[in-house]
Design a binder for this molecule. Sequence first.
Ligand code: CU
Length: 161
Amino acid sequence: MSIMMSTTRNTTRLLVVSGLLVVGLLAGCGGSSSTAPSTSGGGTGSGTGGAAGSVTVGDIFFKSGRNGSSNPAVDTVAAGATVTWTWAAGESLPHSVQSLGSPSFTSSAIQSGGGSSYQVTFPTAGTYQYDCAVHGKMMTGTIVVQAAATATPAPGGPTYP
Ligand SMILES: [Cu+2]
């Protein structure tokens, strides 16, 4: 009995380790070939909300188009995805998307006017915090960038060749 359980545990651990190796290889490949920005919302944008990585900039709030979270707006995207912030129609206050801490991304200029927008492509996994340079802690958001191979876990685990 105890011998069988031990065998099962070892097999499971081997599968986990080999899976991590594959993930590492895929992440390495993606890093060198992700310079071309994607203009589409991506294959994972078919949920109930808006596309992944669409954030509304409004009257002292950031709001995720994907899940409705706000201050912080929390968006999870796959590595290589482009996040688009769009200033809400009729918005008259000036706002910006300002990267905070590390890892960081390129902050936007302060923009006014509904329909203004800003885009950032995130090739590297990590948790990116931002706020508005005008309104500071009153407007906050987080972009969680996941390694491409782990962004869409399939039931039973993905199969690799
Ligand atoms: Cu603002």
